[in-house]
Design a protein around this ligand. Structure first.
Ligand code: ADP
Ligand code: GLC
Length: 481
């Protein structure tokens, strides 16, 4: 039996701001239980729903030195769906209304969390063979493992993996501040380690120090070696290319299943979708005040509203798109300029466009089920889960060919009758519009072809089965099995 510890800043069902939480919450369940004991450690946020907080069991507490501070560390525990989750408690750090906010404060919070997660291990009596870290918030873990935790029997031989879910966020501040927050010595603040120009970069350190680095799709693993996608770390990604690979994300096929999903208006499956799926569209049209017409092509978008997601392409051609015979449903929160952009188009095209500027797990499922197509024209996309959810619900993705979108959506080929979606290559609004219009044409004029696309989309398998085996292979290779 090998012990694996996931260290991360979010995990479903406890706390979620994006796809990271889906991965950290669903992947651990998919490992071979006879060979791997996989546990997860996350912060105990005050903003976690009471239905979970109320079930946590107190384990222990201690005080920990970090930099010039001495801090309380509480440990709670909950077994959920067969997986043991640990929660690090310190309300001064995790008491806010949401997991992230002010960058500098986040740096202090997650420096504390990374050290606390490692310090807690002997206390809870779990000795991982591999510590699997996710994104910049936990990037200090591989560094600490080779620093103050190196001596002593307990941490000896422990390996680390750093998984990059998004290279855009790196955890950067000036060296003096980071040194004070982390307690790391001068040794670490050179250009081959944490230093970038005059700043300190936590993710850079994590990537440099981890025994292995992964990212969440094969294409993104290649893209981040180039200046366009490398976010300034392309040199380091190239340098680590012998110990870097991409493993595409899966989704939880029990949670996202149109046949059993209680959140949607009408359940359906790969056999009866032709009759049943559109009932979801009709109910959603009624609910959102759109023209009620089962035959209208409905395009959905569920997303964090940030630059990453290609929303300026949509802004650029939205008037043209709305002159077509379509409906557009948005669910998302994020940058104010995008929130207002969608509110404006909702006001302008009331019975065609519905902007839902809030976060709702419930509504997201309703949209995945109701729409005919799902738009995801991302500027970059490490993997993307929304397109996988769409495929699962027979909602045809229209995507830009980047990162995981390229790896998971096979473009429609009308001559060979293959493909699961539509895609375009360049970051160009009219190229996107052209492809949306091609999809409209198939939807309206060649309905049987469209339904075959839906057949293929629903038959595509993006459960964790394949990718969890790839992580298992990586773990055993790293441990010299
Ligand atoms: P990212 O992690 O970059 O945000 P992903 O596609 O990997 O993108 O994952 C996004 C996840 O967040 C999906 O599960 C999606 O359904 C969910 N999501 C995004 N915005 C909302 C929202 N406003 N309400 C509910 N779920 C949302
Ligand atoms: C990040 C990426 C997204 C990916 C998710 C889970 O948030 O933006 O593409 O699917 O992490 O790995």
């Amino acid at each position: 039996m090998k012990n694996i510890l996931f260290v991360a800043s979010e995990a479903v069902p406890f706390i979620k701001t994006g796809g990271l939480a889906d991965v950290v919450g669903s992947l651990p369940k998919c490992f071979d239980k006879n060979e791997y004991d996989v546990r997860v450690i996350i912060p105990k946020y005050l903003s976690m729903p009471w239905e979970y907080t109320s079930q946590l069991e107190f384990v222990a507490y201690f005080y920990m030195d970090i930099g010039y501070r001495n801090k309380y560390v509480g440990i709670f525990k909950l077994e959920w769906d067969g997986i043991i989750f640990y929660f690090i408690d310190n309300e001064a750090y995790f008491g806010g209304p949401k997991p992230y906010g002010d960058v500098k404060w986040d740096l202090e919070k997650f420096s504390y969390f990374s050290r606390a997660a490692l310090s807690a291990l002997p206390v809870i009596g779990f000795k991982p063979d591999i510590v699997h870290c996710h994104d910049w918030q936990t990037a200090l873990v591989p560094i600490y493992m080779k620093d103050s935790f190196r001596g002593g029997e307990f941490y000896q031989n422990m390996k680390s993996i750093m998984t990059i879910h998004n290279l855009k966020f790196q955890g950067v501040w000036d060296i003096k501040t980071i040194q004070a927050l982390t307690g790391l010595s001068d040794y670490y603040f050179t250009s081959d380690k944490l230093k970038v120009y005059d700043d300190a970069n936590l993710l850079k350190g994590g990537i440099a120090y981890a025994d292995f680095v992964t990212t969440v799709s094969e294409t993104y693993a290649e893209e981040i070696k180039t200046p366009f996608y490398g976010e300034g770390l392309e040199g380091l990604m190239q340098a680590r290319s012998n110990s870097l690979c991409g493993i595409v994300n899966g989704i939880d096929y029990n949670e996202y299943n149109p046949e059993t999903d209680d959140r949607i208006y009408q359940k359906y499956n790969a056999i009866n979708f032709r009759k049943e799926k559109a009932k979801n569209k009709k109910a959603l049209q009624e609910h959102l005040g759109l023209e009620v017409n089962e035959k209208k092509m409905m395009i959905g978008l569920v997303s964090r509203l940030t630059d990453q997601k290609g929303l300026d392409l949509i802004a650029y051609v939205m008037d043209e798109l709305c002159s077509d015979d379509i409906q557009f449903v948005v669910l998302g929160t994020g940058e104010e300029k995008y929130e207002n952009m969608f509110r404006y188009f909702d006001w302008k095209y009331g019975n065609k466009v519905s902007a839902n500027i809030y976060y709702s797990e419930d509504m997201s499922h309703k949209i995945y089920a109701a729409c005919d197509a799902f738009l995801m024209p991302s500027l970059f996309e490490p993997c993307g889960l929304s397109q996988l959810m769409s495929l699962r619900y027979g909602t045809i993705p229209i995507v830009r060919e980047t990162g995981g979108l390229k790896d998971t959506v096979e473009p429609y080929n009308q001559y060979e009758s293959t493909g699961t979606g539509f895609s375009f290559a360049n970051y160009n609004a009219h190229e996107m519009l052209g492809v949306i219009r091609y999809a409209e044409q198939i939807y309206y004029d060649r309905k049987r072809e469209w339904n075959k696309l839906v057949d293929r989309a629903m038959a595509a398998d993006f459960s964790w089965d394949v990718s969890a085996r790839k992580y298992e292979n990586l773990y055993s290779w790293l441990l010299g099995w």
